[in-house]
Design a protein around this ligand. Structure first.
Ligand code: NAD
Length: 247
């Protein structure tokens, strides 16, 4: 049996699929990941800083202007559209097969494709708030301001509701992710190098039947996977959509 047929069969047999994803989920929407050859880590350093440094809590506090320069040009992709991975997962939720998407992404593309139960481990660029008064702002509000966005009420710095390096993950989101994984019957991991912790450790709570790993390059979890697919995941998920439509 080929890999697409195998994955399609397991999807048919499952009722509580959990998708655990990362930046590779959105590369086919034109958003670069961190660790691919075209990823942000391959860019010649930003004034000598690594992306991890520039996206850290310390950098945000101390170099707010540079943080926003990097964040606006590299992490904000307001025109990006969902690709077949996002659409296929939204369809699986609609037909009652998928119980949760757990994502490390901050781009909001799963919701744009129609998914309802999206657990955003690292937050979202779509939610922003004033660090002084807590007033909430949309991505569009931030895009309409230049440089470091400031709250019109009190001039406080507005920050994205994303988890920067050195910050803690939201405990409610962790609890929901662990619970969803503990009840899942099929785990599909996609587009993540599984190197960002603690996020990557949550897949260890999976107790179900099969683990499928869709990733272009090898990961430390490969030896625990029942099926490994290295082809571009958008193409694979499109084939699965077509397959399921014919059934
Ligand atoms: P990563 O860059 O470390 O790893 C991405 C993995 O996806 C790589 O191993 C790569 O080989 C694979 N990949 C890329 N395109 C693929 C495709 N089309 N098909 C199959 N595999 C593909 O990303 P990570 O593990 O998510 O960790 C980086 C951190 O930065 C995370 O917190 C992540 O969410 C964040 N980030 C988010 C975005 C976003 O929201 N779109 C973009 C960049 C980084």
């Amino acid at each position: 049996m080929n890999k697409v047929d195998q994955l399609t069969e397991w999807i048919e047999q499952s009722q509580r699929i959990v998708f655990f994803g990362g930046a590779g989920t959105s590369t086919e929407s034109g958003i670069p990941d961190f660790r691919s050859a075209q990823g942000l880590y391959s860019e010649s350093g930003q004034r000598g800083y690594s992306p991890e440094e520039m996206l850290s809590h310390r950098f945000f506090q101390q170099e707010t202007e540079l943080f926003y320069e990097f964040y606006r040009t590299r992490l904000l992709h307001p025109d990006a559209q969902p690709n077949p991975v996002h659409h296929a997962l939204a369809e699986l939720e609609q037909v009652g097969k998928l119980s949760a998407i757990i994502t490390q992404n901050i781009d909001g593309l799963h919701q744009k494709a129609g998914s309802q139960r999206v657990l955003e481990l690292h937050g979202s660029v779509h939610r922003n708030y004033c660090t002084t008064c807590g007033q909430k702002y949309s991505l569009e509000d931030v895009l309409a301001m230049e440089g470091v966005p400031r709250c019109p009420h009190d001039q406080g710095v507005i920050r994205p509701d994303v988890v920067l390096y050195g910050e803690s993950l939201d405990s409610d989101v962790i609890g929901s992710a662990v619970a969803a994984l503990g009840q899942a019957d099929l785990l599909i991991i996609g587009g993540t190098s599984l190197t960002v912790y603690p996020a990557a450790s949550f897949i260890n709570y999976f107790r179900g039947n099969y683990t499928v790993l869709m990733n272009a390059s090898a990961t430390a979890h490969d030896r625990h996977a029942d099926l490994i697919i290295t082809e571009p995941m958008g193409q694979i998920m499109e084939q699965i959509r077509q397959h399921r439509r014919k059934q």
